[in-house]
Design a protein around this ligand. Structure first.
Ligand code: FES
Length: 145
């Protein structure tokens, strides 16, 4: 793998939260979250999965606002209206977008590192995209933000 595509060490990817990074397609930035599955038996990627960082209900709502998405029992939680997404396959199991699926981004694990392996993107940086509006506008989520 190309060192330019190395996102993080596998050990830096939490199983009880997410690691946020930014991928780039030309001038366009896309936020992506990495998480680690507790049960990695059926996968050849050491259980590391990556999803675009937005809810399937309102796609302007980020799951990880910069300090890790909330996770419960292997599911990512959208704090806006409480949708839950199974981390293993991205499917919404409960909430207003039940049955929808998070957009997956291909990553691979090699020599203890997680690499971006999606032809649509190049790795930019760990952390939020530079052009993200950190305010949440008029919409109020469960945390009051
Ligand atoms: S915006 Fe995520 S559940 Fe409504």
């Amino acid at each position: 793998m190309d060192d330019d595509d190395r996102i993080a060490d596998v050990d830096d990817v939490p199983a009880d939260g997410t690691l946020l990074f930014t991928a780039r397609d030309g001038f366009d930035e896309t936020e992506v979250v990495l998480t680690r599955l507790d049960d990695e038996r059926d996968r050849d990627d050491e259980g590391v999965v990556a999803w675009k960082n937005y809810c399937q209900h309102w796609t302007d709502v980020r799951l990880d606002k910069g300090s890790g998405a909330t996770m419960r029992d292997g599911e990512l939680l959208c704090e806006k209206h409480g949708a839950t997404f199974r981390a293993s396959d991205g499917e919404c199991t409960h909430g207003p977008c039940e049955g929808a699926t998070l957009d997956e981004v291909d990553v691979t694990v090699e020599d203890g590192g997680v690499y971006l392996a999606d032809d649509r993107f190049g790795f930019d940086s760990v952390g939020p995209a530079a052009d993200v509006d950190l305010s949440t506008g008029a919409r109020i989520d469960f945390s009051g933000n």
